[in-house]
Design a protein. Structure first.
Lengths: 373, 311
């Protein structure tokens, strides 16, 4: 890049652009915070209305996850999977592709990771990495199907991903109950993975009990930074953003929109595949029935709350898992059901999706500032 | 193979198909009405679940099955209005708002059941009863048909009447004409004086009500209690049926019936050493293939009406 001295007008423009950006960021952040507070307030009212003690419940929920080291581990382990799933949908969302397929991609990844980690003997380091690569590839392949259908044929990606989820869940269920079930075991699960393939638990590093939290946490952070760099600093990221904000204009500007759409699905799929690998190699050490639970849909919530910014997804994922972990502890210690957390999550989604609210606010602030000038 | 044929051709199996297809039919027509009004209702799942839960709880506590059914349908209708309000007043993305409503339903129903009955699983401890079955006089004397139709739940009968009703509504009434116009081109509809918002509100309310009937059937017909997350993805299958049926009433009818038959078959084949999970993937795989084929044909023809483009 060549640096030419800026003219006064350019400098002024730039300053103005930066102020706008800073203001928008401030509005976004305060909106996110206000959303969370509003949702917690609604949860408070619901608990009050149903005859529970909301103060005690929130106290346990909000302090519980930190008061013992293994609870911290439980939170971080959950946050790792959830954030990876949030990242996996944030990328297609950035290209304005409503991919709901993280579930199918996660199961594909989990199966691939388990197949390699159980049956393929590998030397020490490769034993960890090869299953993860296999998982990312399987997830990417699973993402490519709806991606290509959308990009090449114009088929609705929402329906396609929902169908693939339904298929993947059933095939997974069949495999865990059938061909991959550990012979001679009465419980339904696969054989355990080879020891070398396991992600090192954090307990070994810190010497305190951390439950099943493992180095997958670091992997998740690296993935988030890599995706942020991809979106903000690379040509592909630029194309994805352009396709998302205006596909016609992007195509007019020479961007091959179908290919960009496919890439957004493939990258998202690979990340969801890694979430599957984390569950197999880090958390359970084998395939369990119903591995992902409702995590895939909650990943969407995380991505939305973070407005699809990969770095913010990490914060949102940590926050969200904190609520989940806190909800479980709350249920053990008070009479309040952990489901209240799901209600709070739902309120957050509904508030976040009400696009008109923050835009109204931004416009009003901008108008006032113009008025001042 | 002959044993499979025996199963499929038995009147017990056909009766099971009607029973299993009931929630798919009702929810799919709910999805169809919303889709044709120009707003995807992905909240069918949550609307069904809320209706199922409300129905069982109200019926259990009040002792009146009818009150339960009415309240269940009312709650689902309100969720339809909520989706419309989020979409039309606050500019929310219909899909994401739908996901939010589904989450809300899943959390709120489980929370309500746990708070009221101290039970994580469902309302099986509460006696809530089922809606009455209907037997037309004299129908039992007809061979096969009598066996298939007699003793079917009231809502199953309703479900099969919904197809002609929606077809009539769409193509024979002013409201249906407005609804389709709004869905295809809201600006054009507004320019000739059709109250776009009011039509969309009405469409989504009707959509919610139909999903609500499906939900009420699950907890007060199919079985007599509510189980946590008992809809088990039926709302999404119904949505698939809407697209597989090409957004036309009779197409959707056949698709939903087909899904019901496939599920009933999966249950039956479970006894015949065929993995039921794999059989139950068939409707989804069919929808996926159909989706691709439709899209491919449309692309080749190059015709794009607004509704077709939303497929």
């Amino acid at each position: 890049m060549t640096t030419t001295p800026m003219t006064a007008i350019e400098a002024e423009d730039r300053r103005q652009y930066r102020t706008t950006r800073r203001r928008d960021l401030a509005v976004d952040l305060s909106m996110a915070l206000a959303t969370i507070l509003a949702a917690l307030a609604i949860g408070f009212l619901v608990m009050l209305a149903t005859g529970n003690d909301p103060v005690r419940a929130y106290e346990v929920m909000l302090t519980g996850p930190l008061d013992r080291s293994f609870r911290v581990g439980r939170w971080l382990e959950d946050a790792t999977t959830l954030t990876l799933l949030g990242l996996s949908v944030a990328i297609p969302f950035r290209a304005r592709q409503i991919s709901l397929g993280a579930e199918s991609q996660l199961y594909a990844g989990a199966l691939a990771a388990a197949a390699v980690a159980i049956f393929l003997p590998l030397p020490a380091v490769a034993a960890v990495i090869v299953p993860m690569v296999a998982a990312a590839m399987a997830g990417a392949g699973m993402g490519l199907v709806p991606g290509s259908m959308k990009a090449r044929l114009g088929a609705n990606e929402i329906v396609a991903t929902l169908m693939l989820n339904a298929i993947a869940v059933r095939v997974y269920d069949y495999l865990v109950n059938g061909p991959l079930k550990e012979p001679g075991s009465s419980a339904v699960h696969s054989k355990s993975i080879q020891e070398d393939s396991a992600l090192t638990p954090l307990s070994e590093w810190f010497g305190i009990p951390m439950g099943r939290a493992n180095v997958g946490l670091g992997l998740m952070l690296v993935t988030a930074v890599a995706l942020w760099l991809l979106i903000t600093r690379t040509p592909l990221g630029y194309r994805i953003r352009m396709t998302g904000s205006n596909p016609d204009f992007a195509a007019y500007g020479g961007i091959k929109v179908p290919r960009v759409i496919e890439w957004s699905f493939v990258i998202g799929g690979a990340v969801a595949g890694l979430a599957g690998a984390h569950l197999v190699q880090g958390v359970y050490g084998r395939l369990e029935p119903g591995l992902a639970g409702s995590l895939a849909f909650e990943g969407i919530v995380v991505a939305l709350l973070a407005r699809n910014n990969p770095l913010v997804v990490v914060v949102a994922g940590l926050f969200y898992s904190y609520l989940r972990a806190g909800g479980d502890i709350m249920e053990q210690q008070t009479d309040v059901g952990t489901e209240i957390v799901v209600v709070i999550q739902a309120v957050i989604v509904l508030l976040v999706t009400a696009q008109a609210l923050p835009d109204l606010l931004k416009r009003r602030i901008a108008r006032r500032q113009v008025g001042v000038r | 193979m002959s044993s499979v044929l025996d199963v499929v051709l038995s009147s017990a199996f056909l009766a099971a198909v009607l029973r299993v297809a009931t929630p798919y039919l009702l929810a799919a027509f709910g999805g169809l009405v919303a889709e044709r009004a120009g707003v995807s209702n992905i909240a069918l799942e949550g609307q069904m679940l809320s209706a199922a839960c409300t129905g069982a709880l109200v019926a259990g506590y009040s002792g009146s099955v009818a009150a339960g059914a009415v309240c269940g349908v009312a709650v689902a209708t309100l969720l339809g209005v909520l989706l419309a309000a989020l979409r039309l007043e606050l500019g929310a993305d219909a899909i994401i708002a739908g996901i939010g409503i589904n989450l809300l339903a899943s959390g709120a129903t489980a929370y309500a059941v746990y708070t009221l009955l101290d039970d994580k699983g469902g309302t099986s401890g509460l006696k809530s009863g089922t809606l009455p079955t209907v037997t037309l006089p004299g129908i039992e004397s007809i061979p096969v048909v009598g066996d298939v139709l007699s003793g079917q739940n009231l809502i199953t009968w309703l479900a099969f009447l919904v197809a002609p009703f929606v077809a009539w509504l769409f193509y024979r009434t002013r409201f249906g004409f407005h609804l389709r116009a709004v869905g295809e081109m809201p600006d054009a509809a507004a320019s000739v004086g059709i109250p776009v918002r009011r039509v969309q509100y009405a469409g989504l309310a009707l959509s919610g009500a139909l999903a609500g009937l499906a939900g009420v059937f699950l907890s007060m017909g199919y079985v007599s209690f509510f189980v946590r997350d008992m809809t088990a993805g039926r709302g999404f299958i119904a949505l698939a049926a809407v697209f597989l049926g090409g957004l036309r009433p009779w197409g959707v009818f056949l698709a939903a019936l087909g899904f019901g038959a496939a599920e009933a078959l999966a249950v039956q084949l479970g006894t015949l050493d065929v993995p039921p999970q794999l059989v139950s993937t068939i409707p989804y795989a069919m929808t996926l293939v159909a989706l691709a084929v439709y899209a491919w044909r449309r692309k080749r023809r190059g015709t794009t009406t607004e509704v077709a483009a939303s497929l």
